[in-house]
Structures are given as C-alpha cells and as structure tokens.
Design a protein around this ligand. Sequence first.
Ligand SMILES: C[S@@+](CC[C@H](N)C(=O)[O-])C[C@H]1O[C@@H](n2cnc3c(N)ncnc32)[C@H](O)[C@@H]1O
Length: 202
Amino acid sequence: MEKKMREEAKKSGVHLIEKTQKVKLEPIETKGFILDLGGGGEGIIGKLNGNQVISIDNKIEELEEITNESLKIVMDACDLKFLSSSFDTVTSFFTLMYIKDQDLPKIFSEAFRVLKDEGEFLIWDLRIPKRLGDEPFFGVILRITLPDEDVNTGYGIKWEGKEQDIRYFKTLASQAGFIALNEGVDEEIFFLKLIAKKTKVI
Ligand SMILES: C[S@@+](CC[C@H](N)C(=O)[O-])C[C@H]1O[C@@H](n2cnc3c(N)ncnc32)[C@H](O)[C@@H]1O
C-alpha cells in the first residue's frame, strides 16, 4: 500500500520525504471539549478522543468523509464562532501545514482567544524546507499508531512559497501570547505543546 502511495505521489509531482514518518498517539487527557482545527482528512483527533472532540473544517466534504464520533462543524479556523475562553484544549494535527502563511497569525490568535487561561494548544506538524527543483508539491507518508488501530496516510501541500519549522511556529505562538511548555522533533515531524497564559503575574 505504501509502495503504491509513493508511486502515485511521484506521478503527481509530489516531492515526498524519503522515509515514512511515525507518530504514536495516546488519548489526550483533558476535561471538557477538545477543539480540533482542520479535523477532516483522517479525523485522527476525533478517532483518539471520540465524542469529546469538536472537529471543525472549512470544507464540508472533508467532514462528511470521516467516521469518528466527534461533533463535526463547518467553520474557518481563522474565524472561530466560539465565545472566548471556551476550551481547555485546542489541537491541530498536520493542519497548519495546509494554511497560507498570511492566515497563520490569525489562527494562533483565534486558538488563544477560545482557550481558557492555561489551556493548551497541541500541534503536530511537518518541517517543510524551501522549495528546490521543480516538483510542485511537498508531502509525507505517515504511520499513525492509535491505541486500537494504525492509520497509514499521506499529507501533501502546494510547495511554492511554503516553508516552515518548529522555530517559525514558536515565533507565531509567542506573538499570539502563548508560552511553549513542551516540544519535540522526531526526524521531519514536530510536536509543540503551547499554553495560553492569560493572566499576567504582577
Ligand atoms: C489534510 S487535513 C490535516 C489532517 C487532519 N487533521 C487529520 O486528522 O487527518 C487538513 C485539513 O485542514 C482543513 N483546512 C484548511 N484550511 C482550513 C481553515 N482555514 N479552516 C478550517 N479547516 C481548514 C482542510 O480542509 C483539511 O481537511
């Protein structure tokens, strides 16, 4: 299956990271609802935490295709329709790589706004190097290990003008008011746990 995914990617002009990247996930321990940004695709966070998750995606067809138990709502992550300080946890599982650079500050500030004081924004994403050569797309094949299933999938984006790494996300996060609590880089993918510090210590 993986070989077929690689062959098809090559035919479509996708520059794939050579090695399959691996992510192992355990259910997120949190009270209340989890807001998952860009929760279509494979709907991984909804598979992980089920009906505790509110999956938002700006494409209805992405939400219609997933079969997890999350509550699915069509919504733009740049313009969240939730009241401020509504959530303990916001997640983005390989979604920010799909967002145009000019929209990223808004997404970080919206995540900050809807989180409660000390709420957490959990991000899994991909290092994207500066475009080299003429392949129009950049992508990765991921093997995601969940407690009761493994998901093999590919995520890819239009490469032109898109370049990102954990440092870039940390800068955007701090501009929005977040503090980085935890971080990890594993080969080409990274994880960031950000905390929304809303009350200033005097
Ligand atoms: C391929 S998915 C990422 C993986 C997905 N989180 C999963 O669990 O498989 C990226 C999703 O982000 C969505 N998306 C892109 N821009 C968005 C935006 N501004 N607001 C909400 N969703 C967005 C896309 O429609 C797509 O479904």
